[in-house]
Design a protein around this ligand. Structure first.
Ligand SMILES: Cc1cc2nc3c(=O)[nH]c(=O)nc-3n(C[C@H](O)[C@H](O)[C@H](O)COP(=O)(O)O)c2cc1C
Length: 208
């Protein structure tokens, strides 16, 4: 599949999506965005990433409902007064995650990392930085193909259940879960601090 936009446009309009059409995501598109993810750098080039693509509606429903329970359990069933737009969007996703057309669970396979001892408990978070860049590649590639994503981590509090549903072994850590689908509504622009406000030249705080 060919992308219609340039890299800089993709970066500035790659908004986190919470509302998805029901349309299925073509297998070719999924393969293409995971291919892009695997081009990312990683510590020692260990490439410890694994991508579990979930398209089975029954699994999507079970995992989405775990997410919903966790999210609403933490922030309450009804919108809190003064809930910010970011949390309103997150709440919408929590209520509808079980209906998205696809999900990708991004994982670290600790058996591929340096210093791994078979059978030893895995050290959560230690190698996650080796997969964040792959995830950003995945998000940008999805954006280029007109597909929406959102980085979520809420499922981690019931990770064992999610791992059991998907047959994920003990030496694998789940890091982030993204919905994947065609967005209802538009991409970007995003609300971000201007680069000039976060850049120093030669000395902290010298904005140049
Ligand atoms: C490390 C990380 C964890 C996140 N966890 C969640 C989450 O559990 N649920 C959720 O709905 N969004 C989650 N987000 C999405 C952020 O809320 C979102 O990136 C931010 O609000 C910017 O959204 P925008 O790109 O639409 O402006 C997470 C983002 C990051 C980077």
């Amino acid at each position: 599949m060919t992308d219609q936009i340039g890299l800089f446009e993709a970066m500035s309009t790659q908004r986190q999506i919470t509302r998805f059409k029901k349309d299925p995501v073509p297998r070719e598109a999924i393969d293409q965005i995971i291919e892009a993810a695997t081009k990312a750098p990683s510590g020692g080039n260990t490439q410890p990433w694994e991508f579990v693509v979930i398209t089975d509606p029954e699994l999507i429903s079970k995992i989405g409902l775990i997410y919903k329970d966790l999210w609403l359990g933490a922030r309450g069933d009804g919108p809190a007064t003064g809930e910010t737009p970011v949390y309103q969007a997150a709440r919408y996703l929590a209520n509808h995650f079980h209906e998205v057309p696809a999900m990708i669970l991004v994982c670290v396979d600790h058996s591929r990392t340096t210093g791994y001892t078979p059978g030893a408990p895995i050290e959560r978070g230690r190698h996650a930085s080796s997969i964040w860049l792959a995830m950003q590649n995945l998000f940008l590639a999805a954006r280029a193909l007109g597909l929406g994503t959102r980085l979520t981590t809420t499922h981690i509090r019931r990770e064992e259940e999610v791992k059991a549903l998907l047959g994920i072994p003990d030496h694998v850590e789940t890091v982030a879960l993204t919905p994947l689908g065609y967005p209802r509504g538009r991409f970007g622009p995003t609300d971000r601090r201007p680069a000039a406000e976060v850049t120093s030249y030669n000395r902290w705080g010298n904005r140049g």
